[in-house]
Design a protein around this ligand. Structure first.
Ligand code: HEC
Ligand code: CU
Length: 340
């Protein structure tokens, strides 16, 4: 009798012990459930998480409807993972620095897909920030140059053929040294550079169209095939649905943004429906914009337009890669995209 009682107690102790251990394990590595749903149905739930620097954070990602993706902005510590309906996935994150991180959906799950963002507040000892060797981050170039992102910048240009970097390179003109730097290109619009060239004695025998080819060449020189390849990939993933695969502003959501159709309302009620996505192949629009302006627009986004802000998502290098890539719609570069 006594023995049986003891055995029961033992079993009970084991059961309680095991579940306590399991609970403790779950708590200790902080597994959090995060549900993903289309933005109209709530987006991420929860959409704010907290973590501590240098402590692992395990997330169990569950889709409540369609395929979503999860990635952390401005970081490559976590490659994007797909969250398939009915197939929860677990990932473990480790942040080495306190701060606010953004997580976002990487799969086009609907017209408001890019609104699917959440934040992770990583707490920790602030002294780790003070020792940060990377130092304080410089403000974006458009702020340093005092560029007003919202000022109209269209120019009246007579561009009869698409400027070509290859033709420009073949001209073999001696350009002023300062124009050959990347910093110079980034701070000026192609039109400003064209005007300066027009007044350069070395360029005086050249036609207006030749000068545009030279400008295209300067723009091509300021980037690298690697950056353009990165830009092409990011563009296909994040921008083509609005701006179109050929940059002409005719992506699948373009009509809805321009208010031409109400079939797929974009951010209903926010007044975002009436501005069409920029056509990057339109010389009148692009030749008046400096790379710094485009870069700034990508970081900040539009003001009351459907243009999302990407500052919390992309690293500065990625944002420049995107900016460089946008010019391949305006100019003919010798760059050939390779599909991964
Ligand atoms: C949801 C639709 C949408 C997506 C996605 C989108 N854009 Fe836009 N974008 C717009 C709209 C609409 C405009 C025009 C209104 C404005 O300038 O604010 C615009 C304008 C811009 C401009 C401003 C051009 C200028 O001359 O002022 C740049 C640069 C730009 N987008 C780059 C991008 C890049 C790069 C991406 C991807 C990382 C992207 N956009 C993704 C809708 C979108
Ligand atoms: Cu999504």
């Amino acid at each position: 009798m006594k023995k049986e009682w003891l055995a029961r107690l033992l079993v009970l102790a084991l059961v309680v012990g095991f579940s306590a251990a399991a609970l403790y394990a779950r708590w200790a590595d902080r597994t959090l459930e995060v549900h993903a749903a289309m933005p109209e149905k709530g987006g991420w739930l929860p959409n704010t998480l907290t973590a501590r620097a240098d402590e692992p954070l395990t997330l169990r990602l569950i889709s409540d409807d369609v395929v979503h993706g999860f990635a952390i902005g401005q970081s490559d510590q976590q490659p994007s993972v797909d969250i398939l309906p009915g197939k929860p996935v677990e990932i473990t994150l480790l942040f080495d620095k306190p701060g606010t991180y953004t997580y976002y959906c990487t799969r086009w799950c609907g017209p408001n897909h890019w609104r699917m963002r959440g934040t992770i507040e990583v707490e920790g000892d602030d002294s780790s920030l003070a020792n940060d060797p990377s130092g304080p981050v410089a403000p974006p170039l458009y702020l340093m140059l005092g560029i007003d992102l919202d000022a109209p910048h269209d120019v009246q240009v007579d561009v009869t053929r698409q400027p070509s970097a290859r033709r420009g390179a073949a001209l073999d003109t001696n350009l002023p040294a300062e124009m050959l730097s990347r910093e110079y290109v980034r701070a000026h619009s192609p039109y400003e550079v064209w005007q300066t060239l027009r007044e350069t004695p070395a360029a005086s025998p050249l036609s207006d169209a030749d000068l545009w080819d030279l400008v295209a060449r300067l723009w091509e020189r300021s980037t690298t095939p690697d950056a353009l390849q990165t830009g092409a990939q990011l563009y296909a993933q994040n921008c083509a649905t609005c701006h179109g695969t050929t940059g002409a502003g005719d992506g699948v959501f373009a009509a809805a943004l321009a208010g031409e159709t109400s079939a797929t309302p974009i951010s209903p009620g926010l007044g975002h429906e009436t501005v069409a996505p920029t056509d990057f192949s339109d010389p009148a629009h692009m030749l008046g914009a400096s790379p710094a302006l485009l870069h700034g627009k990508i970081i900040r986004g539009g003001m009351g337009t459907g243009m999302p802000s990407w500052g919390l998502i992309f690293t500065d290098e990625q944002t420049w890669a995107l900016t460089d890539y946008l010019w391949t719609f305006t100019f003919q570069f010798q760059f050939k995209e390779t599909t991964p």
